[in-house]
Design a protein around this ligand. Structure first.
Ligand code: BGC
Length: 701
C-alpha cells in the first residue's frame, strides 16, 4: 500500500450554512467573518516571505498563442492554498476550445435583462470551473464614453446605472462557481493609446459617472477581485493609483478582495505600495519586491495585506474544493439555449416600415440572403475576449434551417453585386442583407483593430445595402457590430433594420426567430446611435492626454438639445404597448427611503412581447450642474396580447445624491425631483414629482 502525504485541507473546516444555486453551483461565503479572518491569519502567518511574494505574481509565460492556457498564479501547496487559474473573459471562457460563445456584452446590455445576464455569468463561471479554472477576467464595466472605443463590444453600454445593474448580475452569476474580475478600473475607454493616455477627470464626474458601477460590483455584487486599467487617471497610472486603489476602493468602499494588474504593462514602481496586489501575467515589476522589503523601503505589512486578500477570497469561495461540475457542461444544450436567449433578447429592432418584419413564411416563395457576412462566423474581435466555439450558426444557416423546404433561399455571398445578383434580388419576395463591422474594424489594440475613427460602414458595405434596396422594395438589414453605427446614407433606403451585434454562436437561430416572428424583438439600445460624429464629444484615438467631464452619451445629447438617429433606450417591437396610470408610493422622500413608482403596461397589439419601462430623474433648480435626466431604474416585462400588467420601479432616495468634492461627501439636495417614465430616453410620456426636504450628507453604502 502506498501512503501519499496530502496537504491538510485547512479550508474545509470553514463551513456553516451553504448557499447553492439551483443548477448545482458551489457554495461560498459560508464562514463567519471571524472564522474566516482567523483562518486567513493562521495561514498567512505560516507562510515564508518567499511563499507570500510568489503569490503576488502570475507564473505564466507569454509564449505561444495568447490566452490558450489558464493564467497561473501560485498558491502554497504545503498549506493547501490553491493557485489561481484564470481565463478571459467577457463573452465566454476564452482559454478553452469549444467553450460557449455568448453574444458580446454590448448585445447582452441591449437585453436590459439583468436576470438573463446572471444566467450568462453563471454559465461562463460553470464552464470555467469545469475545466479547472477559478477566476474569470470579466465583466468589463467601463463606461462607453464614445462609441469609437475599439472595445465597445466588451462593455454593456454608456449609462452608469444600466452598467451597474448588468455588471452586478454578471458578477453574481460568475461567482456562483468562480471569482469574477470586474475591469478595467477605471476610466478606460480609449484603446489605441490605452497604455499611455492620462485621463483628467474632476472628482465629481469620476465618482458619479466612472466609478459608481465598480462600487456596485463591489457592494452589491460582492466582487472578489478587480482588474486595474492601463491608462492613468489624474496623472497616476491606474495600476499604482493611490487614490483609486487605496483611498477609494479599499479604504472608503471597504473592498476586502484583491486587485490584479491589467496584463504585461499594467504594473508600475509604486503599484504594491499603492494597493495593487497581483502582477499579471508574470513577475516583472514585482521582481523588485524582495529587495524593497529587505531595504525597508516597502513594509512587509503591504505584502501581508495583499496575500491576505487573495487567501481570503480563496477560502470564502472554497477554491480548494473539487469542481461541482464536469466538462459535460461546456457548450451544453442549456448553455447554448442561454446564448440564444441572450441574442434574441439583445437584438434591437431599429426600423420597421410598413410592417416589413416579421416575414410570414406562408406568403413567401423565395428570399435573397446577401452579403459576405451572411455566412460568416462574425463573433467579435480577436483580442483577449476571443472565444473559440465548436461551431457558429450564421444568419444564413439560421434562416435556411428555419424555412426548410418551404421557402427558396438565394444566397449571394458577396459584398459587390453584379447585374445577375441584382436580378436575383429583384425576383425575391424580400432581401435580407447581412452586413456591418468585423474584427478588422474594431477591437482590442495591439492584438486587434483598436479604435474606430469613423462610425460608418465601409463604402462597399453602404453600396451593398443601397444596391440591394434599389433592387427589392422589401429590404431588411441585419446589422452586426459592437457599438454605434452611423447610417444616414442608407437607412432611408431600407424597410427594416435589426441590430444583431456580434450575436454569439447561436445568433443565426436568434436572428431567424426574429425575422420570421417566432420571437418578438425586445432589445433596447444601451448606447446612443448618433446621426454623425459631430453629435458626440470629441474622441481622439491618438491622444495621450484627455479630459473627461460629466457628460457623454445621452446626457451629452440632452444637454446639447440634439436629436440622435436612435436614442439611448430605444427599440421597437412587433407589438405595441400603452403605459398608463403612474402611481407613486409617496410624494415626499427622506434619506434612506425607497420610493416606488408603478405603471400599468398593456400589450395593445396582437403578439406577445416584452417592453422595458425606464425611469429617469431630473433635478430642477439643483445647486449643482446635473444631467437633464438620469436613468435611475428600469424593468423588463413580458405581456400577452390584450393583457395589462402593473410594473413597479424602485428609486432609492439616496441614489439622487451628488458628490460634493469640497466636503468629500454625498449630498442629498432638498428639491422637487421630477420622475419621467417611458420606453426610451426620448419617449417619456409619464411624469410625477416628489420632494425631499431634509438635505445633507447621506451614505451610499
Ligand atoms: C486586457 C484585459 C485582459 C487581459 C488578459 C489585457 O490586455 O486589457 O481585458 O483580461 O489582457 O488577457
Amino acid at each position: 500500500m502506498i501512503l501519499t502525504l496530502v496537504p491538510v485541507a485547512l479550508f474545509v473546516a470553514c463551513s456553516s450554512s451553504s448557499s447553492s444555486s439551483s443548477s448545482g453551483g458551489s457554495s461560498y461565503a459560508t464562514c463567519t467573518s471571524e472564522d474566516l479572518e482567523q483562518r486567513v491569519d493562521e495561514l498567512v502567518s505560516q507562510m515564508t516571505l518567499e511563499e507570500k511574494l510568489a503569490q503576488m505574481s502570475g507564473d505564466t509565460a507569454l509564449l505561444g498563442e495568447y490566452g490558450r492556457e489558464l493564467w497561473y498564479v501560485p498558491g502554497v501547496e504545503r498549506l493547501a492554498v490553491p493557485p489561481f487559474k484564470m481565463s478571459d473573459g467577457p463573452r465566454g471562457v476564452g482559454v478553452h476550445d469549444g467553450a460557449t460563445i455568448f453574444p458580446v456584452a454590448m448585445a447582452r446590455g441591449a437585453s436590459w435583462n439583468p436576470e438573463l445576464e446572471r444566467s450568462v455569468g453563471e454559465a461562463m463561471g460553470r464552464e470555467l470551473r469545469a475545466i479547472g479554472g477559478n477566476v474569470l477576467l470579466a465583466p468589463a464595466i467601463n463606461n462607453l464614453r464614445h462609441p469609437s472605443w475599439g472595445r465597445s463590444q466588451e462593455t454593456y453600454g454608456e449609462d452608469v446605472h444600466h452598467l451597474s445593474q448588468m455588471g452586478v448580475a454578471a458578477v453574481q452569476g460568475i461567482q456562483t462557481y468562480v471569482l469574477a474580475n470586474p475591469k478595467h478600473y477605471a476610466a478606460n475607454s480609449i484603446e489605441d493609446t490605452r497604455i499611455q493616455v492620462d485621463v483628467t477627470i474632476d472628482e465629481r464626474a469620476l465618482r458619479e459617472i466612472y466609478l459608481a458601477q465598480f462600487r456596485a460590483a463591489v457592494h452589491e455584487g460582492g466582487a472578489a477581485s478587480i482588474m486595474s486599467a492601463y491608462n492613468s487617471v489624474n496623472g497616476q497610472f491606474c495600476g499604482e493609483n493611490v487614490t483609486l486603489l487605496r483611498r477609494i476602493l479599499k479604504e472608503e468602499w471597504g473592498f476586502d478582495g484583491f486587485v490584479l494588474s491589467d496584463f504585461v504593462l499594467g504594473t508600475h514602481t509604486d503599484s504594491a505600495r499603492n494597493g495593487l496586489d497581483l502582477e499579471m501575467p508574470s513577475a516583472n515589476v514585482f521582481r523588485a519586491l524582495p529587495s524593497l522589503i529587505e531595504s525597508g523601503d516597502l513594509p512587509e505589512e503591504v505584502i501581508d495585506d495583499a496575500v491576505r486578500r487573495m487567501v481570503r477570497k480563496k477560502l470564502q469561495h472554497k477554491l480548494d474544493q473539487p469542481s461541482p461540475v464536469d466538462e459535460s457542461v461546456v457548450a451544453s444544450p442549456e448553455h447554448l439555449a442561454i446564448a440564444q436567449a441572450a441574442s434574441t433578447e439583445g437584438t434591437v429592432l431599429l426600423k420597421n416600415e410598413s410592417g416589413a418584419l416579421p416575414l410570414d413564411m406562408a406568403t413567401l416563395d423565395r428570399i435573397a440572403v446577401v452579403g459576405l457576412l451572411a455566412d460568416t462566423a462574425n463573433t467579435g474581435d480577436t483580442g483577449s475576449s476571443n472565444v473559440r466555439p465548436a461551431f457558429v450558426v450564421t444568419p444564413l444557416q439560421g434562416i435556411q434551417e428555419a424555412v426548410g423546404e418551404q421557402v427558396a433561399v438565394d444566397h449571394i455571398d458577396k459584398d459587390v453585386l453584379d447585374a445577375g445578383d441584382l436580378a436575383t434580388i429583384e425576383a425575391a419576395d424580400a432581401v435580407i442583407v447581412v452586413t456591418g463591422l468585423t474584427a478588422e474594424d474594431e477591437g482590442e489594440g495591439i492584438i486587434g483593430a483598436g479604435d474606430r475613427v469613423d462610425l460608418g460602414l465601409s463604402e462597399e458595405r453602404v453600396k451593398l445595402i443601397q444596391d440591394a434596396a434599389a433592387a427589392n422594395d422589401r429590404a431588411i438589414v441585419l446589422l452586426e457590430g459592437g457599438g454605434a453605427v452611423t447610417m444616414g446614407d442608407w437607412l432611408p433606403d431600407i424597410e427594416a433594420l435589426l441590430m444583431i451585434w456580434y450575436p454569439g454562436q447561436m445568433g443565426g437561430h436568434a436572428a431567424a426567430d426574429l425575422v420570421f416572428g417566432n420571437a418578438n424583438p425586445s432589445g433596447k439600445l444601451p448606447l446612443t446611435f448618433p446621426i454623425d460624429l459631430g453629435q458626440l464629444p470629441a474622441f481622439d484615438n491618438e491622444s495621450l492626454s484627455v479630459t473627461y467631464d460629466y457628460f457623454h452619451g445621452y446626457r451629452f445629447l440632452d444637454r446639447m438639445g440634439t436629436t440622435p438617429q436612435f436614442p439611448f433606450g430605444f427599440g421597437l417591437s412587433y407589438t405595441t404597448f400603452s403605459i398608463d396610470n403612474l402611481r407613486a408610493s409617496q410624494t415626499q422622500g427622506a434619506p434612506g427611503e425607497v420610493l416606488r413608482f408603478t405603471v400599468d403596461v398593456t400589450n395593445t397589439g396582437t403578439r406577445p412581447g416584452a417592453e422595458v419601462i425606464q425611469l429617469y430623474v431630473s433635478y430642477p433648480s439643483s445647486a449643482v450642474e446635473r444631467s437633464e435626466r438620469d436613468l435611475k431604474a428600469f424593468a423588463k416585462v413580458t405581456i400577452e396580447p390584450g393583457a395589462t400588467q402593473s410594473v413597479e420601479l424602485s428609486l432609492p432616495v439616496n441614489s439622487l445624491a451628488y458628490y460634493d468634492v469640497a466636503d468629500a461627501t454625498w449630498v442629498l439636495e432638498a428639491l422637487n425631483y421630477e420622475v419621467h417614465l417611458g420606453t426610451s430616453s426620448r419617449d417619456l410620456p409619464l411624469a410625477a414629482s416628489f420632494s425631499v426636504s431634509a438635505t445633507g450628507p447621506v451614505s451610499l453604502y
